[in-house]
Design a binder for this molecule. Structure first.
Ligand SMILES: [Zn+2]
Length: 127
């Protein structure tokens, strides 16, 4: 893990979309031990995106709590349930930090866990 100094240098030194990816990964990394810190990085990622009029990748967006911006990871920081409504599958995600619940339709034929661990949105891995 990088020191906070190295980390902020790394965050400052990259373009905005890379910065968002870093923040996203850091947020994900710390969520189990420190959901408050995770929410802090989540908020930073969102504000960097807003400042630069960037769209956050939908996979990242899904993993952020709407309310506290904490990273939502099944069994770690959130509860994920599958609900059936009129032949449509819904994923219900409840944030353990602020108890906010959100729903979205499950993709057909997709395992509901896929989006939680989708590496597509990641540009570079922080070590
Ligand atoms: Zn939350």
């Amino acid at each position: 893990m990088l020191s906070p100094m190295q980390l902020s240098k790394k965050i400052q030194g990259n373009d905005s979309s890379q910065r968002i990816n870093y923040l996203y990964q850091i947020s994900k990394k710390v969520v189990e031990k420190n959901p408050v810190l995770s929410a802090y990085y989540g908020n930073l990622a969102v504000s960097v995106a807003k400042k630069n009029v960037l769209k956050i990748h939908p996979d990242i967006k899904r993993q952020l709590c709407k309310k506290c911006r904490c990273m939502l990871i099944d069994k770690k920081s959130a509860k994920v349930k599958i609900k059936n409504k009129k032949k449509t599958k819904y994923i219900q995600v409840t944030c353990n930090t602020c108890k906010m619940t959100k729903y979205f339709p499950a993709n057909k034929g997709n395992n509901h866990r896929l989006w939680l661990e989708n590496p597509e949105a990641i540009v570079e891995i922080v070590n």
